[in-house]
Design a protein. Structure first.
Lengths: 291, 442
């Protein structure tokens, strides 16, 4: 998962705690082994190696492809799990180096969900294209892990994989879980005020956060987030540094947060229009020094 | 966005429900979806049962050719998702070596007949007589069950059987532990019952009778009932203390069928008259014990200090102090040194020997005493144990090794008559214990 994962339990004895954390770890590792783009032995790697031939997907992978397709349609093409190849052109380390337009142009033909042939349960990934489930897998893992733990124990439980979390219900005394959202403030960024940690009271459902202040790109005085527009190949402009959304499930919260960031400047307005409970960190407007 | 705000959320919610259906989407998701599929229960609940297996071997060896015991133990424990536990333990005890038969040392060689009457054994001059035919294998099976009772209590039950060639035992126990004050206080009440059947080689001898071929019935029985009251209290974040009161009552045949007493002359100290007499212990034993244990958690280490006071109506009073210091060495390794001190007083009827005429009349083969035993375990003695335990964590489970050295000292009996004065009548007992154990969850 590439982030610290924790499970909080209330009222369980040491034996149950060890058992539940074992279940959580097993589920997280299972999903990572199947869908991580960094693993050469994952299912995703097998799809890429199929050289355009149809691959039969199992039930779980098919459901993930289904929801990726649905979000692609709901976002008018902005949410696209094939946009991962554009990573090759962009280095999000705050540098000012923009890629050559030719670089982007060379990669764009390899981007586009419509280019995949998805006829459940058969998936064909054309040669050169990549499927990246990173925007889904972690939140999905949180929901799956929570469901497994709820079946194993009736005690109040909170599953937190690197900031994407879900709870089984309120705590034992009926009180909500106290969750703090720390807005990271990069030390080197000028004009940025340290935003205070917001503490949320969560009684049920889930939270997901999208966005990372360190992974941004600055060009010609403008700040771009690390979310790439699959149609232009360029990062989305003007998105807030981070968006946290609350929803009944972590997957839904994560998708809403990602879809919001894809709206760029309009992220907050979009979230308000959806009626989604959300918290947005202040987008930093950097004064252009060159005018 | 082509879709209106409300319908996008609904569409998203229903799409997520479809994704999570096999993982039981939370009920709240259904409120959001309008036409989404209903989250159904998983076809089968995942198995949340955990198991733990434990295997251990204990080797106990006394000095001077006395008892050697080898005890392998295997146990299995199963805990299910409802905090109900079942346990099964199999113990094998193989005993060999020699054990004191109760007779006193003499300046000359002594010859004894084995309890079965089939052979004899000799004791060298000046040495404490030991029966070298002390050989037995014991098999014991114990089953336990624990379950929560309501929200604040836990019940535990136990059933056990034990058998060796001349002794069989059945035990049953039940206990209830009740939590108060957010589990900072636990009250416990327990009952244990034991029924034993003794079928010694050569039959059950009549106590305080001259040792000879005539025997009474072949079997005898004994019953023990114990009551335990306890309170465990968390004193602070680092200190837990426990106080237990035990009351026990044993009835039936309490005497050891293999033990005798020597009849010696009050002046010379030599065997005389009937020479050997079977021991006799009272048919009833009532005991009280008070046990106080403390566990203190230092920065990483844990100190376990306990004291036990024991008293019974046979006149035995004992104090036991046990100190353990578990020193965490890092990465799950630990070293635990241990010191145990035990001191007890003799039973009222303990006699290292019987004096002819005053304590035993060989002419009429009788005594005025109602009970007499020379078993060194009923004498006054002090015992010191020094031990060291090493724990090693494994990828799955834990491995432990324990070494202990024990030394028991008994004061030389006072007023030893005649020749006995120059003999070592109460030699110190030394013993070493090696324990190796392995615990593995699966």
């Amino acid at each position: 998962m590439a982030s610290p994962c924790e499970v909080l339990l209330e009222g369980a004895d040491g034996h149950m705690a060890r058992h539940l954390s074992g279940l959580a770890q097993a589920e997280a590792l299972r999903i990572e082994a199947r869908y991580s783009r960094y693993r050469s032995d994952s299912l995703v790697a097998q799809w890429h190696a199929s050289q355009g031939q149809p691959v039969e997907l199992d039930g779980e992978s098919a459901r993930l492809l289904d929801i990726a397709e649905r979000c692609h349609a709901l976002s008018a093409g902005l949410f696209d799990i094939t946009s991962g190849v554009l990573r090759a052109a962009w280095r999000f380390d705050g540098s000012q180096q923009a890629p050559e337009p030719a670089q982007i142009a060379a990669l764009l033909p390899r981007v586009g969900f419509d280019k995949l042939r998805w006829q459940p349960p058969w998936l064909s990934v054309p040669q050169g294209m990549e499927v990246d489930l990173g925007g889904l897998a972690k939140e999905y893992a949180v929901d799956r892990t929570l469901a497994l733990l709820r079946q194993a124990c009736a005690c109040p439980v909170l599953v937190n994989f690197g900031g994407d979390l879900a709870v089984s219900g309120p705590r034992a005394d009926g009180e909500p879980w106290q969750v703090g959202i720390a807005a990271a403030s990069p030390a080197a960024a000028p004009g940025v005020a340290d935003t205070a940690t917001t503490v949320l009271a969560l009684r049920s459902g889930a939270l997901a956060t999208s966005g990372d202040a360190h992974r941004h790109f600055t060009h010609a005085g403008r700040r771009y987030s690390h979310i790439l527009n699959p149609r232009t190949g360029w990062p989305v402009e003007g998105a807030p540094r981070a968006v946290t959304v609350a929803a009944p499930t972590c997957t839904e919260a994560g998708l809403l947060a990602t879809l919001a960031l894809l709206q760029g400047h309009h992220a907050q307005a979009w979230l308000q229009a959806q009626g989604a409970t959300h918290w947005v960190s202040e987008p930093v407007t950097e004064e252009s020094t060159t005018g | 966005m082509q879709l209106t705000s409300g319908s996008l959320r609904a569409a998203l919610g229903s799409a997520v429900s479809a994704l999570l259906v096999p993982a039981l989407a939370p009920a709240a998701a259904q409120a959001q979806t309008q036409a989404g599929p209903k989250a159904t229960d998983a076809a089968t609940s995942p198995d949340t049962t955990t198991w733990q297996a434990e295997g251990a071997v204990l080797l106990y060896k006394e000095g001077a050719g006395r008892v050697t015991a080898l005890e392998p133990v295997v146990s299995l424990r199963r805990v299910d998702g409802n905090e109900r536990a079942w346990g099964l333990k199999l113990t094998l005890d193989a005993l060999t070596g020699a054990s004191p038969n109760g007779a006193v040392a003499q300046p000359g060689v002594q010859t004894f007949t084995t309890p079965s009457g089939k052979s004899t054994y000799s004791t060298p001059a000046g040495r404490m007589p030991l029966d070298p035919t002390f050989r037995d294998t014991r098999l014991a099976l114990a089953a336990t069950h624990e379950r929560p009772v309501g929200a604040a209590a836990r019940a535990s039950f136990g059933l056990g059987v034990s058998a060796e060639h001349d002794f069989a035992s059945v035990t049953a126990s039940a206990a209830l532990a009740y939590d108060l004050a957010q589990k900072n206080t636990t009250l416990s009440l327990g009952v244990a019952l034991e029924a034993d059947r003794i079928q010694p080689e050569g039959g059950v001898p009549q106590g305080l009778q001259a040792a000879g071929p005539a025997r009474a019935s072949g079997t005898a029985t004994r019953q023990v009932a114990d009551l335990l009251l306890g309170v465990t209290q968390v004193m602070n974040r680092r200190w837990v203390t426990q106080l237990n009161l035990g009351l026990g009552r044993g009835t039936g045949h309490q005497s050891d069928p293999y033990k005798v007493l020597s009849v010696v002359d009050g002046t010379s100290g030599l065997l005389t008259g009937d020479r050997l007499v079977h021991e006799q212990r009272p048919e009833q034993r009532t005991r009280v014990s008070l046990f106080w244990q403390n566990k203190v958690h230092l920065t990483d280490d844990v100190v376990d200090a306990s004291y036990r006071y024991y008293s019974d109506n046979w006149g035995v009073r004992a104090h036991t102090l046990d100190l353990r210091w578990r020193s965490e060495l890092g990465s799950g390794w630990y070293l635990e040194p241990r010191v145990r001190l035990h001191r007890q007083s003799a039973a009222d009827f303990y006699r290292p020997w019987l004096l002819e005429s005053t304590e035993w009349d060989s002419a009429v083969h009788r005594t005025a005493l109602t009970a007499a035993s020379a078993d060194p375990r009923l004498a006054a003695f002090t015992g010191r144990t020094l031990g060291l335990k090493l724990g090693l964590p494994l990828r799955r489970g834990e491995f432990a090794v324990r070494l202990e050295a024990y030394r028991q000292q008994q004061r030389q009996p006072a007023f030893a008559p005649g020749a006995l004065r120059g003999l070592e009548l109460a030699p110190a007992l030394t013993a070493a214990t090696v324990f190796v154990g392995y615990v593995r969850p699966f």
